[in-house]
Design a protein around this ligand. Structure first.
Ligand SMILES: [Fe+2]
Length: 326
């Protein structure tokens, strides 16, 4: 089985490269290198880049790239799973890569050996005074800062799939993801969405690195970057509104994974998200299964699920647009 280390970057074809870079920059990504055809942008993490935009006649996802543990993972992908031959990566930090597709045809790249850089120092944590426990005494905390949140790392993607059962098997059996929670419509055997995390043995990892949802199409739904806390998300929300970008949903909190999220639409129709305060699980966590009917998208407020997920196929409307159970 292939061993995925992390979600490394996403590559897009975009019609307007400058506008795409402007949005990503306002969102908090920093340009590593670029020219009239391609731009590479990074977060504060050690990854050489997390976002690649290439000028094209059509805006679409070009690939979701995962980094793997060793070169043998690339060799396994080629020998056993129909991946393209190993190639050198043409980008900052070099490295090697192969390409393959999930069962719905979504393009997946596996990368190895892309040189890392020193991560940026992170801002100091807020000090909280909770109802019961007070940690800030004789200390005046000053927080308000305009601008984007510091994007600590690329954390997860949400993916639309046509055949959930088949794709869920593929991401588990071929790429080694572990199921954290799934959702069903009506019959508990009728699974339609699932959250999958990395297998890092005893090291707790995010509740999900990929979210798959059956939706009648194969595409990226959103990409999400971890930020320090909800304070930064609210400040960033105000910043992006002032810059004239389109909010999708948030700031809110998901029930499953329990993370705080804030979602924005980029100029190419893809959602960029920040998240903070997610559940962490090691391999011992037993997956949960939930009836999607009445499951809130956001525990802090109600809203039409279509606002978050996009226009829905009929079977999703019946289940997800049912009255919310809270
Ligand atoms: Fe997300």
């Amino acid at each position: 089985m292939i061993k995925i280390k992390s979600l490394h970057h996403l590559r897009f074809h975009v019609q307007d490269l400058k506008l795409s870079e402007k949005f990503a920059s306002d969102f908090g990504l920093q340009t590593v290198s670029g020219n009239a055809e391609t731009v590479y942008m990074r977060s504060a993490s050690s990854a050489a880049y997390n976002y690649v935009a290439e000028r094209s006649s059509e805006s679409k996802l070009a690939a979701i790239a995962f980094s793997v543990d060793s070169i043998s993972d690339l060799q396994t992908a080629v020998a056993q799973h129909g991946a393209t031959p190993i190639r050198m990566v043409d980008g900052p930090g070099g490295g090697q890569a192969v390409s393959l597709h999930d069962p719905d045809g979504l393009p997946i790249d596996l990368v190895f050996g892309i040189a890392e850089h020193t991560p940026e120092p992170l801002a100091a944590n807020m000090v909280f005074n909770f109802g019961h426990d007070k940690y800030r005494k004789n200390q005046a905390q000053k927080l308000a800062q305009d601008g984007p949140a510091q994007l600590m790392r690329l954390g997860h993607v949400g993916i639309y799939v046509k055949d959930y059962a088949r794709c869920a098997r593929w991401y588990q059996d071929i790429l080694g993801f572990l199921l954290s929670d799934d959702m069903y419509a009506g019959n508990p055997n009728n699974k339609i969405c699932g959250f999958f995390r990395l297998n890092q043995e005893d090291m707790p990892v995010d509740h999900h690195t990929i979210f798959l949802m059956q939706y009648g199409k194969s595409d990226l739904h959103h990409m999400s970057f971890e930020v320090q806390d909800f304070e930064k998300q609210f400040v960033c929300h105000k910043w992006l509104l002032a810059r004239g970008w389109e909010p999708v949903w948030g700031v809110g909190r998901h029930l499953l994974g329990c993370h705080i999220f804030d979602v924005w639409m980029d100029p190419n129709g893809y959602r960029f998200e920040t998240f903070s305060d997610t559940d962490l699980f090691d391999t011992h966590y037993k997956p949960g299964s939930y009836n999607v009917e009445g499951l809130p998208v956001d525990t802090w407020k109600d809203g039409p699920a279509e606002r978050y997920f996009g226009e829905m196929p009929e079977e999703m409307k019946k289940s997800m647009l049912a009255p919310q159970g809270h």
